[in-house]
Design a binder for this molecule. Structure first.
Ligand code: NAD
Length: 380
């Protein structure tokens, strides 16, 4: 057992089919009367935004429904102006990691202004965040968000961590995920699985994060293929969302590793959708970490239902990688970086950028720039 230390976030979580209907009472229990809804065009087109607006009723102060992937910095400014103009008391992110990330970014920007005026940062933000996730990305459980800023010759995604912006209220309603299309189901589902994988071997893991990650991985490997094949299977959607919740819970208190560092660079600097980057990179990052994380990956294999008999820990750990690789291969997602428009000539630059990532520096096996490039080439 290694030493550990972590902070448990104060979050109220409500999970279940129809949980979204509890939104009005839940908001009232926190005393939040003027809410900014942050969501996407797809939520508007599908009717999900209108349904949540109806639930908000008079508590709805404004809606920002133009969230773009990877949260471009100018969107933070636009949503912030709306929040200021309407004097909102809470920000509700409805959607995937981008909408929830934008909600956090706005709360943080509002907080930065007040914190400048007060001598010490308050434990709770002035304008807190609530979340209704409709993908499996897990942002609703974490204090982290990313914003993408233009940079000479391209753009770069910068990650910010502040416990005050972790959603105080999270409503998980599997009914809202029934129309998540197969490709987004698959790619954001692999993102959730990647949180479990990198949590089990994280250098800052602790017993609770390991338990959550192992249980989450078990649910995800069973439920994800069913959700992709039969999107309207409420039981499968519920298991998958519970797995994604456990994945997000494990992610929230431990450092991620090489896999996440590479995915952030591929998203922020090569425009690869986050879930797709996850699906392409995960087996390669696991192979890179195999020797450094053998007992953790062996335990993960068992959590995913692989039988320990007749296998030594190294064999079992290797089997965990092949289990994940086979799962991803069966999901009909792009398999290689070349298939998603990343030019081979870009790999050295992306590897250099990855080395600036906190996640890469926290990987259980030390990563040099040649290693990062090697993993990217294997995935190309
Ligand atoms: P996303 O939020 O960018 O959403 C992708 C697309 O899915 C959008 O067009 C969205 O409108 C659509 N969508 C969402 N729910 C839907 C539904 N139920 N039905 C139909 N369409 C739906 O993608 P994501 O993978 O959820 O999130 C990725 C972003 O979140 C990245 O920026 C990533 O860095 C970040 N992220 C952050 C954390 C964290 O801890 N902070 C964790 C994971 C991901």
């Amino acid at each position: 057992m290694h030493d550990f230390s972590f902070t448990l976030l104060p979050q109220k979580v409500i999970f279940g089919a129809g949980a979204a209907d509890q939104l009005p009472q839940a908001l009232d229990s926190f005393g939040w009367r003027r809410v900014l809804l942050v969501t996407t065009g797809s939520a508007r087109r599908s009717g999900r935004a209108a349904r949540v607006e109806a639930l908000l009723g008079q508590r709805l102060a404004a809606t920002f429904d133009q969230t773009q992937p990877h949260v471009p910095a100018e969107q933070v400014e636009q949503a912030l102006a709306l929040a200021r103009d309407r004097g909102v008391e809470a920000i509700l992110g409805l959607g995937g990691g981008s909408a929830i990330g934008l909600a956090k970014a706005v709360s943080h920007a509002l907080e930065a202004q007040t914190s400048l005026a007060s001598p010490a940062p308050a434990p709770q933000p002035r304008v807190p965040v609530a979340a209704i996730p409709t993908t499996y990305a897990g942002s609703e459980m974490t204090p982290v968000y990313g914003v993408t800023r233009p940079e000479a010759g391209g753009s770069r995604k910068v990650t910010v961590a502040d416990q005050r912006v972790a959603p105080r209220l999270v409503l998980y309603d599997p009914g809202l995920t029934l129309d998540l299309p197969p490709d987004l189901t698959a790619s954001t589902g692999v993102n959730a699985l990647a949180h479990c994988v990198e949590a089990v071997y994280s250098i800052t893991r602790h017993p609770l994060s390991t338990a959550a990650a192992q249980a989450g991985a078990g649910l995800i490997v069973r439920a994800l293929p069913r959700c992709v094949l039969h999107g309207d299977d409420l039981d499968a959607r519920s298991e998958m969302l519970a797995g994604a919740h456990l994945a997000g819970l494990s992610l929230s208190s431990v450092a991620m590793g090489l896999h996440h560092g590479l995915c952030h660079v591929l998203g922020g600097s090569a425009g690869v959708p986050h879930g797709i980057a996850n699906a392409i990179i995960l087996p390669h990052a696991m192979r890179f970490n195999l020797d450094a994380a053998t007992p953790h990956l062996a335990a993960l294999a068992e959590a995913m239902g692989l039988r320990a008999e007749a296998r030594d820990p190294a064999g079992l750990a290797a089997a965990s990688v092949e289990r994940v690789a086979a799962l991803v291969a069966g999901l009909n997602l792009p398999r290689r970086l070349r298939d998603v428009g990343v030019p081979a000539a870009d790999l050295p630059r992306l590897a250099q950028l990855a080395l600036q990532s906190r996640a890469v520096l926290s990987n259980p096996r030390p990563v040099g720039v040649e290693d990062a490039e090697h993993v990217l080439r294997a995935a190309w």
